[in-house]
Design a binder for this molecule. Structure first.
Ligand SMILES: [Zn+2]
Length: 408
């Protein structure tokens, strides 16, 4: 009887404490590590700039996660639920942002109290050079250039509106049938994540910063792209089952990307990845990261399920204090068991991320014409910029979280 009471009490405490579990990220620990170690892959000409700023790349590695608290557009850049769009290797998912928007935007005629869908991925049919919607057809070429010139670069900010006349001109069709309506263009694509599309676009922002030799832009963009590459290297950042919530494995996300690296990376992982190399095809390179991550996803879930079932219940968790908060963590033995079952995957993906980041930094610099970086090594942040950075740094304590309630 006594032990039963004790058991109930323990369960109750467990329940209380687990509700205080703090949000951790790939982990802040792994982001810092990946950004930092990528610096050592660079050639001497780049080292002039990157080495003196290595502490910046370390400290600010987690920044993009913190921005989710201040920027509603941030969260979707960190993942892609690619299995939402079909089966591996997802041949029907356009690899360009423009292609994705042409295929997935939704266009409606909106009257005062009704909305009629004209084009949407569920409705659209294609025949030769014609796209057929609902009671409307257009030349596919006109449709595509409408999306290219007006929609693709702006739609992430929110839905867009056009008058019937403007829209009719774009498509070169007669829309008198829809008189009195307003044309509304929306996308429901980005909420499943835009990681590889964003990486591709952001890469060119980094190239541009090198071209301009703008030290502050280089350091910020080089830093942030490190974060996005690291996230793309995590299998659970590429699936709708991102926290095991669809298979009864909640908590697996942080178990893989936080707990294992925090416990084992410093002492036991080997991060020697050699020198950065030039990337010939940037778009394929980012997509390959995503596809590789995704191809590891089933193994992650299977490994966790196996130890979840076989490991003694009372040896799975421990309580530890972190930043003044008592946190329930996977025990060392349990974490080691998971890592063993994963057969070195976390170490491998961290190494891949370090190498990929070094490659991308190097390639961006080469594509920018190998600018001399010696003379821009020292960066003097203005008071205002320092304030801004502090604000981001504390955003997770003060801001409102925009995005998913899991941590990435
Ligand atoms: Zn992230």
């Amino acid at each position: 009887m006594k032990s039963l009471l004790k058991g109930i009490l323990l369960l109750f405490i467990l329940f209380l404490v687990s509700s205080f579990i703090e949000k951790q990220e790939w982990g802040f620990f792994a982001h810092k590590k990946i950004n930092r170690l990528a610096v050592y892959t660079l050639p001497p000409e780049m080292m002039y700039f990157f080495k003196p700023n290595i502490e910046f790349f370390t400290e600010h590695g987690p920044d993009p996660d913190k921005r989710k608290y201040v920027d509603p557009h941030e969260a979707v850049r960190h993942y892609i639920d690619i299995d939402y769009w079909g089966e591996y290797p997802f041949p029907h998912l356009p690899r360009t942002w423009l292609g994705a928007m042409i295929k997935y935007i939704e266009i409606s005629a909106v009257y005062e109290d009704t909305k009629m869908t004209l084009f949407s991925p569920k409705i659209n049919e294609y025949d030769g050079d014609t796209i057929f919607g609902n009671n409307i057809r257009s030349s596919f070429e006109r449709y595509s250039s409408f999306v290219k010139d007006t929609i693709a670069d702006n739609i992430l900010e929110g839905k867009m509106e056009f008058s019937i006349d403007t829209f009719a001109k774009w498509l070169d069709v007669n829309l008198s049938l829809f008189e009195g309506a307003q044309i509304v263009v929306e996308e429901n694509f980005s909420k499943e994540g835009i990681s590889p599309y964003f990486l591709y676009q952001y890469y060119y922002a980094l190239v541009h910063a090198f071209e301009k030799k703008n030290a502050k832009s280089i350091i910020r963009r080089a830093n942030d792209i490190g974060h996005y590459i690291a996230d793309a290297s995590v299998p659970l950042h590429t699936t709708k089952n991102y926290n095991g919530q669809l298979t009864g494995q909640k908590g697996i996300h942080a178990f893989w990307e936080n707990r294992i690296p925090e416990l084992l990376a410093d002492e036991e992982f080997d991060f020697f990845v050699g020198k950065a190399s030039y990337v010939e095809n940037i778009r394929d390179f980012f997509w390959d990261i995503i596809l590789k991550s995704h191809s590891n996803k089933d193994q992650v879930l299977a490994a966790e399920m196996k130890i979840r079932k076989s490991f003694p219940e009372d040896k799975k968790f421990v309580f530890a204090e972190r930043n003044g908060v008592i946190t329930r963590l996977q025990s060392e033995e349990y974490t080691r068991a998971f890592n063993k079952e994963l057969n070195g995957m976390v170490e491998m993906r961290m190494r891949d991320a370090i190498k990929a980041l070094g490659d991308i930094w190097y390639t961006a610099w080469v594509d920018a014409g190998q600018p001399e970086l010696k003379d821009i090594t020292e960066i003097n942040w203005t008071k205002k910029e320092i304030e801004e950075m502090k604000k981001i740094n504390n955003a997770d304590k003060n801001g409102t979280f925009h995005g998913r309630d899991h941590w990435d």
